[in-house]
Design a protein around this ligand. Structure first.
Ligand code: TRP
Length: 327
């Protein structure tokens, strides 16, 4: 079985775009791959975090992922900071990565552009990400195009490491995941649904109450025509509703479009499909948050499994690099 790994930051809640765009792929992958999913809290602290909130957000994200269908019995779900080898390997890889290489990372340039204080960790963030991947002999990293440069960097660093020290690390491949739905903001359907939208009338959260979901979809921006047709350029709002309804019910947006003449009906159909999709997730999340012990045990077991592999990889790395074994 191929090993896939993809991390997620514990910042903000999970929204419908995350679920239909990425999470559903992860849930499917866990049956056909050895799946690793670290909750990357060490990456989160590259920008200021409130300690109490970080802790809450980390557990909550784990609960949200499990509620959405990630099954800790068949995938490895864990918290990055529970496995200290991530930062150990990151250090070693920082000594393999070039300063100039890191300076070219688009995400760093974008994120740091309007910050007063840029910590060094934000700059070396992609190397920690490389460590996350390489630590588990990962074959494939299924992440979106925005992460392409980080995965290429991971490959470059890993190859350089191997050229220096022998074939110690597995060089991972990038795979653009099978097109998950591209869910756009309901109020501004030309930009992706996001966590940062202030009041978030255009974002549907996984835990939104049914009536909130209905209200947000009813108020979604459409256009002044009256024709239901999938055309992202000319009709971004309507196309977004078609895409969401399609993804929620396992159909293509074009197929969905054939069944509707009027915007009002499309909105109702879309709202009910999303309510139905989210109902079991909300139910399961409620159970998990009533008994946090279950999630904590799952994360501990995940860290245990991850830790065994991580220890073996680090032992190989230390030996290859000539660090004196502790006697
Ligand atoms: N940088 C990724 C993001 O911003 C998160 C991430 C951290 C990640 N480590 C990873 C993704 C390892 C894939 C593999 O979304």
């Amino acid at each position: 079985m191929q090993r896939v790994l993809s991390g997620i930051q514990p910042s903000g809640d999970v929204h419908l775009g995350n679920l239909l765009g990425a999470l559903q792929n992860w849930v499917a992958d866990q049956h056909t791959h050895e799946s690793f999913h670290p909750i990357v809290d060490l990456h989160a602290v590259t920008v200021p975090q409130d300690p109490a909130e970080l802790q809450t957000a980390t557990l909550r994200l784990a609960q949200m992922l499990m509620a959405s269908g990630l099954d800790p019995d068949i995938c490895v779900l864990f918290v990055q900071s529970h496995v200290p080898e991530h930062t150990q390997l990151a250090w070693v890889l920082e000594c393999t990565a070039g300063f100039g290489e890191l300076r070219r990372m688009h995400q760093f340039k974008d994120k740091s552009a309007d910050m007063d204080f840029v910590c060094a960790g934000l700059f070396t963030y992609p190397v920690l990400q490389a460590a996350d991947i390489v630590l588990y002999d990962t074959d494939v990293v299924p992440v979106g195009d925005d992460q392409r440069q980080h995965i290429e960097l991971t490959r470059d660093i890993t190859q350089r490491f191997n050229a220096r020290y022998g074939e110690v690390l597995v060089v991972p491949e990038h795979r653009i995941p099978p097109a998950g739905a591209r869910v756009m903001d309901l109020q501004e359907p030309t930009r992706k649904m996001s966590k940062s939208a202030d009041e978030a009338p255009g974002t549907i959260w996984l835990l939104d109450e049914p009536d909130t979901v209905r209200r947000k979809i009813r108020r979604a921006v459409t256009d002044s025509e009256a024709e239901v047709r999938f055309d992202r350029e000319a009709k971004p709002g309507v196309s977004n509703l078609l895409e969401i309804l399609g993804a929620a019910t396992g159909r293509s947006p074009q197929e969905v479009a054939a069944g509707y003449d009027r915007y009002g009906e499309l909105k109702n159909g879309c709202a009910e499909a999303v309510v139905e999709l989210l109902a079991p997730i909300r139910r399961r999340f409620d159970e998990l948050s009533t008994d946090p012990g279950e999630t904590q045990r799952a994360l501990a077991a995940g860290a245990e499994t991850a830790g065994e592999i991580a220890t073996a990889t680090m032992a190989r790395v230390r030996e290859a690099m000539g660090f004196l074994p502790r006697g």
